[in-house]
Design a protein. Sequence first.
Length: 198
Amino acid sequence: MLATKYKNDVRTRQRVNEALDAAGLSYDGDLNVRHACEVLLNDVGLDKIKEKVTNPLTGLKVAGYVGCQTVRPFAATDSGGKYDTYDQPEFLDNFVKACGAEAVAYDPKTSCCGGSVSVYSPDKTLHLIKKIVQAAVDAKADVIATSCPLCQQNVEMYQYAINKKFGTNFDIPVVFYSQLMAVAFGMDGSKDAGLDST
């Protein structure tokens, strides 16, 4: 990808470093950008996460919504840390279970919510978000947890518009996996995890 092009293309390297030089910087191409979930899984590990749990989320049913970009294009690749697959990722369910909650079966876990199209043209994506929320409700989930900020925004923010358009009555919270971890680790749900921020 870009890092490979940078390393293999002298001209690209030269142009990038000329631009960076204006700020007294340079780049040698050795940076390995990693996803936070991959770091948690491969460097920290599920056992360490479980050890940190002082307030198990027992009884909480969580629909793990990975979204369409979190594991693409680097899942199951060396540069991506081989931390999961793109078609049936399990890392989010594993984080949920490590926190003591129940990961419900959730088919649309890698479905697209419409991404940035939802921001400027939600009418074109409400049907996509409805499918994601409906599956969580059908699975009797108490909450949807995601690792993608745009997914979190879309799936939570547009429930009212979906209810208005489709006559549904959705009102399910959508949080980040890290917020669940914070509560499971004994941190304050409001002050530390921001669960009451809207």
